[in-house]
Design a protein around this ligand. Structure first.
Ligand code: HEC
Ligand code: HEC
Length: 649
């Protein structure tokens, strides 16, 4: 653009702003106007604010308004629940008679599939806990890529792949049960007795993987139904209900998942072994502790029910409090950018009025409220029952479901399985038939009303604004990285949770190891690749790689030598995570200029970030080793040991 044209367009822009300034203001582009607009839309902006204190987060209450002691949110329960969520010690229910592999015992946790860096989702299409390996890798910019996959040493059960990438997966998705005499699909109503003995079950076989996307657990307290079809929290007498204790959704989900994820009936004995856990349970459940003391029976204190009650408290208190949006709501006019404010405006504008209409389903402080929303009456029914068939296509693992059940017509039809109502079919699992089913919501196909063109009809700029609002306006860095100043807590175990020597000397005294959950196992996963991902151990891969010096250059009168090494993977195996070149045998007074640090043994090492976190067979990288040598210093010779792993060797 020439200078003249630039000036011209700047003038035009000013004129435009002058003419249309009134319109822009009416559309709520100023922070104050946007706040007022949202306030009107939702019937009080306070409804969108995250309670500043955990004890003000929604929790079941008695008739007199005080929290029900069974479910009450306390700090001791939250702390314990968070520990339990991330501790692989609990996955002790490995039964070889159903195909369980003993080597996978106590290797995974809830956090194998709900990863802090992925906003507490799996961050991958397929999710794997027990029987999986690896967690993820960081690139040079510190960005994390989740990467969990089936363990390479697991027995392969099936040989015919059903879909691309399926060779990695086992035969039975978790929650798929095969009974004796079962010919067609098992009866839908869970109340019916099984047709015969349980022959095989995905809950107990070699690999824990659920044939649905693993969603976020953020804001569980604001939902009264959890899981895609609303199974958790549904009354026991619903056709597909399974809630014998009549638990609220967070306790209900925690109970269902003990069974699904190889913990039920086996975890308590493991937890009871640790002085740390005995103390944490005593702190969290004083009444149960007193009963256990009176009877001399630790089972009255540490059992599946106290575990799930602590877990539910952790789920309830998993919130973000310090997104730009949170700060905007409480009056910080600079918190959202102009584009993000435009995006927020679209989010809260009904589709029929040209907006995104997102708020009609995404309501409340965590944008996730559901059925029986107590705010519905208050805001004129704007927030509706929140189960929809949004027409998403098949989840690949469901192909396995059909094969395992010997039923080519098996469909994961979500909420219908729970309520028994045909009108609830495909709300909201992913299934190839979903979009063709009569229950597909017109709010997705014709969001602007019957007879209007399909889709929201948003412009590219509008979609950019909406995306900016969601991606950045709703992002809270302290959820991922420990920040003692933030009102938001990390989802993973952070310094205040596990640096016991500083924050919990009482637990340190009982043997808690800094950086690890209360059992002393590594956080989240305890398989070899995950331990390498966590920087806890390193694999010597020198024998798998060929190192060739392809160039060498001496400068500064012989005081500086730069070697260019080509490192090729000549093995049939993938080399994972980061490559660490440990420079050994270097004479005293010689220094590696580009060292990333020193190994525990005192040798300099160079960290090479591998693209996609892997060096596949046949692939090579080029790495420079720059050695500095003082005048009359010793000759430069060294040997390279190659390690795979993150952290410091
Ligand atoms: C193998 C992976 C895996 C493991 C392990 C796992 N989850 Fe999940 N989680 C999922 C998937 C998949 C879903 C969705 C399932 C559905 O809708 O039926 C889910 C759903 C949830 C939800 C519901 C979220 C919502 O908004 O509806 C909560 C809460 C939850 N998990 C908590 C836990 C807890 C607590 C544990 C440990 C006891 C756990 N998960 C272990 C994969 C996993
Ligand atoms: C008809 C109800 C409905 C409307 C309207 C709606 N959504 Fe959703 N949204 C859902 C459902 C249901 C899910 C969960 C789908 C799933 O996980 O299978 C979802 C999921 C999402 C997710 C993924 C959340 C996560 O944690 O993975 C985002 C982001 C999202 N919606 C944004 C929007 C935006 C932006 C709009 C407005 C343009 C919008 N939604 C309008 C029902 C709706």
């Amino acid at each position: 653009m020439t200078r003249d044209r630039m000036r011209h367009s700047a003038l035009a822009a000013i004129a435009f702003a002058w003419i249309f300034g009134g319109v822009a203001a009416a559309q709520g582009h100023s922070p104050t106007q946007l706040r007022r607009f949202v306030d009107e839309q939702v019937g009080g902006i306070a409804k969108l604010m995250v309670p500043a204190h955990d004890t003000d987060i929604p929790q079941p209450r008695l008739a007199n308004g005080s929290p029900d002691p069974q479910f009450v949110i306390t700090e001791a329960k939250r702390y314990l629940g968070k520990q339990l969520f991330h501790d692989p010690i609990r996955t002790a229910r490995i039964l070889p008679e159903f195909g369980g592999v003993l080597a996978t015992r106590q290797t995974a946790s809830c956090a194998s599939c709900h990863v802090g860096e992925a906003a507490s989702k799996a961050g991958t299409l397929l999710n794997f806990a027990v029987g999986g390996e690896g967690r993820g890798f960081t690139d040079a910019g510190g960005n994390f890529t989740p990467r969990r996959r089936p363990r390479s040493d697991l027995p392969r059960l099936r040989t015919t792949p059903l879909f691309a990438g399926d060779a990695l997966v086992d035969e039975l998705p978790t929650l798929t049960d095969i009974y004796q005499f079962a010919v067609g699909s098992p009866a839908r109503g869970r109340k019916l007795p099984p047709p015969g003995a349980l022959l095989r079950t995905g809950r107990l076989d070699a690999l824990d993987s659920v044939a649905r996307n693993a969603p976020s657990v953020i804001g569980a307290a604001f939902n009264n139904r959890l899981l895609m079809g609303g199974f958790a929290g549904e009354p026991d007498d619903a056709p597909g209900g399974l809630n014998p204790f009549g638990f609220p959704a967070p306790e209900s989900v925690a109970l269902l998942l003990l069974d699904a994820h190889r913990m039920l009936e086996f975890q308590s004995a493991e937890l009871q072994k640790f002085a740390t856990y005995r103390k944490l349970f005593r702190d969290a459940f004083p009444a149960e502790a007193a009963a256990a003391d009176a009877k001399g029976d630790l089972n009255l204190l540490i059992n599946d029910i106290t575990v799930l009650r602590a877990t539910a408290t952790f789920l309830r208190t998993t919130v973000t409090r310090n997104t730009p949006w949170d700060r905007f709501l409480t009056g910080d006019n600079g918190a959202l950018t102009v584009a993000q404010r435009r995006g927020a405006r679209l989010f809260f504008t009904p589709a029929a009025q040209g907006g995104g209409g997102c708020y009609t389903c995404h309501s409340g402080p965590m944008f996730n409220k559901q059925v029986n929303d107590p705010d519905v009456a208050g805001i004129g029914g704007f927030v509706e029952e929140n189960f929809y068939n949004v027409g998403l296509a098949d989840h690949p693992l469901q192909a396995l479901n059909r094969v395992a059940r010997h039923d080519p017509n098996f469909r994961d039809d979500g909420r219908r399985e729970i309520t028994g109502r045909d009108t609830d079919a495909f709300k909201f699992p992913q299934d190839a038939d979903a979009a063709a089913a009569g229950t597909l919501t017109p709010r997705f196909t014709q969001p602007r009303g019957a007879g209007s063109p399909s889709g929201l009809g948003l412009s590219g700029d509008q979609m950019d604004d909406l995306t900016d609002f969601i991606e950045n306006g709703l992002y809270d860095p302290a959820f991922v990285r420990f920040d003692p100043e933030s009102p938001t807590r990390m989802f993973e175990l952070g310094a205040t949770d596990v640096v016991y020597s500083v924050y919990r000397p009482d637990l340190a005294e009982l043997g808690a190891i800094d950086g690890r959950p209360a059992s002393g196992l590594p956080q989240d996963n305890d398989d070899a690749l995950s331990r390498r991902d966590a920087g806890l151990e390193f694999l010597d891969v020198t024998g798998k790689l060929n190192v060739a010096r392809i160039d060498s250059h001496t400068s500064e009168g012989g005081k500086r030598r730069e070697d260019v090494l080509r490192i090729a993977n000549v093995s049939p195996d993938i080399v994972d995570t980061h490559l660490l070149l440990v420079v050994q045998g270097l004479a005293d007074r010689l220094e590696v200029e580009n060292a990333s640090g020193f190994s525990a043994a005192g040798d300099p090492y160079i960290r090479e970030f591998l693209a996609d976190g892997a060096l596949v067979p046949g692939q090579a990288v080029t790495v420079r080793v720059v050695v500095h040598r003082p005048s009359h210093g010793p000759e430069i010779t060294y040997a390279i040991t190659l390690l795979s792993g993150q952290g410091n060797p």
